[in-house]
Write a protein of this length. Structure first.
Lengths: 272, 303
């Protein structure tokens, strides 16, 4: 019989399947009953043995007890994760953090890049009666991903998926926040949920707050311990790992660092 | 009876005896304010160095099955100057500035950066177990400890606390050198050198391989050290190591601590810990008839 698992202890998982989403983004699938069932917005610390440990949102899978990680190759560590092959091992601990509070009625999800990961999980947890609008931002056509995934997850919901590319090579042209601004002129929502580049989240929160619409953002900060000890991920007096990663827009509007600054590895506050 | 949680360590007076240990959460003034509001009597900053340090790559922390953590964060910190600027607006929170360096001039350089800050005390980290040339390597060299403390005492009137740990030499010799050099208080102990290996990948888990063990596994060791120090020296002590409940805190006070530091417990119990431990100590004092913390300190040493 399997011993009681300590979720703070790295649990070793084997990569079972790899799917290329774009030329720079991949999803790695592995069996793990704990991470397969995390709440939307929660994250896990992913150990790439010998390289680093990264905080990651957990991607959904349509196979039960299977979890996934969607990673863009960027720095040394994310590239090492991206380059793993089927059969290789990673360590996972968590889940950590809080989760999105999904409102009834009409909701809008706005994300960019791998920030779409927790939003895909949010769709999975949404009520079939939710009307869901998804704004998916990327720079260019071949970096658009999760459109099919979103469609599949949204089968039971009335929905619209709006891809937006900065160069206009696919979907609407511009930034997702430009499209949001237009949508908000004629529509209202019971909840807006965002994850992705901080300036996108900042604009989204500002627009929603102005209209008095409930909004939540999942923040990313330099993370080391993931459990509220090291303090690396602080946003003013909050810790992203422990108080977040999901924060309400009303709360965020009180935080001078949101949308403006984050801390480096050494803890120096610098402009975003 | 109205029991007071106020405690004094030489010229340092704290409204409450519960202190955030160094290395934990210590990089944002906003977080310090939050912890102070939650009941912390003082907060010790992350150990600051002359220049900013990034620390080690992750994994920097490992959860020990059955309790405790092994960490090798690698003293990541924004550097004394950046940090001093950040805490300059502080008026309310008793901030103990932790410093780490290799020679006496390092400490002098850093203390000068805090000229415009309200600093409750300086804590010299003579015991970090996982970074070369600083911490334990300094603490193990009693002559260097003496030189550093004499230098620091000559340039500031703020109380100086020496944080000791279990290195290669006798930690009591380090305490003796610090006391002889005029240190105002001792923090005991730092984390204890430790490691963890994953059997599936057959690799050390921490990127630095060796880290420091903290939390409940080291509590009995830390308690023994506090008891030994308080039995041998007439010096105020901040007990540190695995304290996670009010009973632990009281144990350390009975062993000779004037205040207690903790941090690992926050991983399980978060900021509410301060209020819980404070109220537990206060109820104990009321039950036992103590009006002040001072009356309890070292009680376990009676023959």
């Amino acid at each position: 019989m399997e011993k009681q698992r300590d979720n703070n202890h790295p649990h070793i998982c084997v990569i079972e399947k790899i799917v290329d989403e774009t030329p720079t983004v991949r999803t790695l699938y592995f069996k793990d009953s704990v991470l397969a069932n995390v709440l939307p917005g929660q994250f896990a610390m992913i150990w790439i043995p010998g390289v680093n440990e990264l905080p990651m949102s957990v991607m959904v899978s349509d196979v039960s007890d299977q979890a996934a990680l969607t990673v863009r190759k960027r720095g040394e560590s994310s590239t090492a994760l991206y380059n793993l092959s089927v059969g290789q091992q990673i360590g996972v601990r968590g889940p950590y953090g809080n989760s999105f509070e999904i409102k009834n009625g009409k909701i809008l999800l706005i994300g960019g890049g791998t920030g779409l990961v927790p939003l895909m999980r949010l769709i999975k947890f949404a009520n079939p009666s939710n009307h869901i609008t998804v704004l998916m931002g990327s720079q260019t056509k071949n970096e658009v991903f999760f459109e099919e995934t979103a469609k599949k997850l949204l089968e039971k919901n009335s929905h619209e998926i709006i891809p937006v590319t900065e160069d206009g090579s696919y979907g609407k042209k511009g930034y997702v926040t430009d499209v949001l601004e237009k949508l908000l002129e004629e529509n209202t929502y019971d909840g807006i949920y965002t994850c992705g580049p901080e300036l996108m989240m900042y604009k989204t929160v500002q627009m929603a707050n102005k209209k008095g619409i409930f909004v939540q953002a999942s923040l990313e900060r330099m993370m080391k311990c993931g459990i509220g000890i090291c303090g690396s991920c602080c946003v003013n007096d909050d810790l992203a790992c422990r108080d977040g990663t999901v924060f309400d827009g009303a709360h965020l509007s009180q935080k001078s660092e949101f949308g403006h600054s984050h801390r480096t590895k050494s803890g120096i506050l610098e402009e975003i | 009876m109205d029991s007071s949680l106020e405690t004094t360590l030489g010229s340092l007076t704290l409204k409450r005896p519960t202190v955030l240990a160094s290395g934990i959460l210590g990089i944002s003034l906003d977080v310090f304010n939050r912890l102070h509001d939650a009941g912390a009597g003082a907060v010790v900053t992350k150990s600051l160095s002359k220049e900013p340090w990034e620390g080690y790559p992750n994994p920097t922390i490992f959860s020990v099955k059955g309790g405790g953590w092994i960490n090798a964060v690698g003293l990541s910190n924004p550097g004394a100057e950046n940090f001093a600027k950040m805490i300059e607006p502080n008026q309310d929170v008793p901030i103990v500035v932790s410093l780490v360096g290799s020679i006496e001039d390092d400490f002098e350089y850093m203390i000068k950066k805090f000229e415009n800050c309200k600093v409750a005390a300086y804590e010299l980290n003579l015991s970090c177990p996982h970074v070369a040339k600083v911490g334990l390597e300094v603490g193990d060299d009693v002559e260097l400890v003496s030189k550093i403390i004499k230098k620091v005492k000559s340039i500031t009137n703020s109380p100086i606390v020496a944080k000791v740990g279990l290195g290669k030499s006798d930690y009591l010799a380090t305490v003796e050198a610090a006391v002889s050099a005029g240190v105002d208080a001792i923090t005991a102990i730092n984390t204890v050198r430790a490691m963890a290996i994953d059997v599936e990948t057959q690799m050390p888990i921490l990127s630095n391989k060796i880290g420091g063990l903290s939390g409940t596994p080291i509590k009995p060791i830390a308690l023994r050290c506090v008891y030994e120090i308080s039995s041998k020296f007439d010096i105020p002590i901040m007990g540190c190591g695995g304290i996670s409940t009010w009973e632990d805190a009281v144990e350390f006070i009975l062993a000779g601590s004037s205040a207690v530091q903790f941090g690992s417990v926050m991983g399980d119990n978060w900021v509410e810990t301060f209020g819980e431990i404070n109220s537990g100590i206060q109820k104990y004092m009321e039950r036992k008839g103590y009006a002040t913390i001072g009356e309890m300190i070292g009680k376990a040493k009676r023959q």
